[in-house]
Design a protein around this ligand. Sequence first.
Ligand code: PGA
Length: 256
Amino acid sequence: MAEVVIVESAETAGEVAADEIEKLVRANPRAVLGLATGSTPLTTWRALAARGLDLSQVRGFALDEYVGLPAGHPESYRSVITREVVEPLGLTPSLVRVPADDGPIETAGADYEAAITAAGGVDLQILGIGRTGHIGFNEPGSSFASLTRVKTLTEQTRLDNARFFDSLDDVPKHCITQGLGTIMRARHLVLLAFGSGKASALARAVEGPVTASLPGSAIQLHQRVTVIVDEEAAADLEFADYYRYAWANRLDWEKL
Ligand code: PGA
């Protein structure tokens, strides 16, 4: 089962996630990080940047990218990753990949899978969760075996992401995303969620039936998952008291 860490704020969650990344990078300066965009990971990137670690050898793979935005669009995930992750953390731009950033879209999925494999696989994947239960842009119905491919966004996701664009019409209808099968191969999943809008999807992902109808529930089949949430996002968790008890009583070797 996932380790669920319930904290008082997104800032504290960012520190806990940054602890996990710091442990990894201190053990292996060439670690492979799975990078996420959206609002959720921002406190993690900020916490990590403040630690001043040398991350110049870290390799990075973004979860997903819009399809159809002009190159260099400020809301393309290539631009977002550059602005919010690569620059503040001091990553080396050539070591950070985003799906379909190199070559035709038709073969981009297979190319991306090959690049992840060639890097030795993702060591730690940062994840948010959408209100639809998506992880990456794997919307409800996505196969648990799916690999990186082009998908159609749900209207709910387009509405949720419209805040980053001038109007809803500007939000792309398509994306290319790591599949659930790709995500499940990462050696450690760190899923973050904040706010009451995520409570239902989060509880279904962590405790609900494992079903492609709630893609985030795939994490229940993974051996190493850390879920870090604030109180609002934890509101629908049935076993919240147990998670708090387990975290408060974790063994010394489980701590940083
Ligand atoms: P958010 O998006 O971090 O902007 O809430 C998360 C997601 O859609 O996966």
